[in-house]
Design a protein around this ligand. Structure first.
Ligand code: NAD
Length: 304
């Protein structure tokens, strides 16, 4: 098992998620080697003792485990298999754990490229938003062998909630679980925005409507908790850009296609998210599709 006294963690991708995750690895005593295309993203980590590496290969050469937290499969491909990528620097027996939301093909390609080498390549995407990354309470869904999961346990626990760090199956299973979670959550978002808009236009008080849903068989975590970010605070969660939400919905549709399951509803939700992205911009928050409905009915959905 990796422990903080003897393990160096390499981390590539210090954005909304990676910045909080590295902060917690450091607070938990792990030595860090970091890289990002934006060096300024590493300033605080370096001031607190992290080492900067110029390339992903250098990160890998200096680490026992390399973690990637990158926007899209294309970025993960480039950072792992491109010039000066992780695979050209990683030591024999080393670990590379991709915690980005991605698809099984990415790590599968890397596994094929490095066939014959003794490498441990896992996927361990997360839920819990940037706030969960910042306070070390992420949910983690790991794909890999039981032995690899056990080896990574301490590292995962430095970033996540121990009760919600799950070994969900073999390599690739973590990505599949994470895409299912996002697809369902985004579907809840669109469905909730629709019924709230219709109810309000029909003259029902918004909070009375929400409480009625909560008291009914139609209740969901989204209606009870998550929607309040918009309804109470007008916060559409810019910590997760709608461009990345659209990427995740597209990846779920790709996965569905790859396994031969038609997903009419998921495809519809993806199109609604893409409309919101076109209308409000790539960097708008993941909950901006609710704004589409607010614009349609000509009023914001807010409660006291
Ligand atoms: P982000 O865009 O904020 O951060 C990505 C970081 O990667 C940036 O700092 C960027 O400079 C860096 N980067 C890009 N290309 C690089 C390269 N070639 N080499 C080195 N660094 C590079 O994204 P994020 O919100 O942190 O999301 C990261 C991943 O986590 C995504 O796959 C996303 O879907 C997933 N995720 C995000 C959230 C959230 O709430 N933000 C929640 C769960 C999962």
């Amino acid at each position: 098992m990796f422990n903080k006294e003897t393990t160096t963690v390499g981390f590539i991708g210090l954005g909304n998620m990676g910045s909080g995750m590295t902060k917690n690895l450091q607070l938990n005593g792990f030595k860090l080697v970091v890289n990002d295309v934006r060096k300024e993203a590493a300033e605080t980590l370096i001031a607190n003792g992290a080492e900067w590496a110029a390339t992903p290969a250098e990160v890998a050469a200096k680490s026992d485990v390399v973690i990637t937290m990158l926007p899209t499969p294309k970025h993960v491909d480039m950072v792992s298999m491109g010039e000066n990528g992780i695979l050209s620097g990683i030591k024999d027996g080393g670990y590379w754990v991709d915690m980005s939301t991605s698809v099984p093909e990415v790590t599968e390609r890397a596994r094929k490229t490095s066939e014959g080498r003794n490498l441990n390549i896992m996927d361990a995407p997360v839920s819990g938003m940037s706030v969960g990354a910042a306070n070390g309470k992420l949910q983690i869904f790991a794909g890999g062998t039981a032995e690899q999961f056990a080896t990574m346990k301490n590292v995962f626990e430095a970033m996540g909630d121990p009760q919600r760090i799950l070994h969900v199956g073999k390599a690739g299973a973590g990505y599949a679980v994470k895409l299912a979670i996002n697809q369902l959550w985004f579907s809840h978002l669109v469905a909730t925005a629709e019924v709230l808009s219709v109810g309000v236009k029909a003259g029902v008080d918004l909070e009375v409507l929400r409480q009625s849903l909560i008291a009914s068989p139609a209740n969901s975590n989204f209606v009870e908790n998550d929607v309040l970010s918009v309804l109470k605070h007008g916060d559409y969660d810019e910590g997760f850009a709608i461009a990345l939400a659209c990427k995740d919905l597209g990846l779920h549709t790709d996965l569905a296609r790859a396994v031969g399951v038609p997903v009419e509803l998921s495809a519809q939700v993806e199109q609604i998210f893409r409309r919101a992205k076109a209308q409000y911009g790539d960097l708008a928050g993941e909950m901006t599709p609710m704004k589409l409905y607010e614009d349609l009915i000509g009023q914001t959905l807010r409660v006291e």
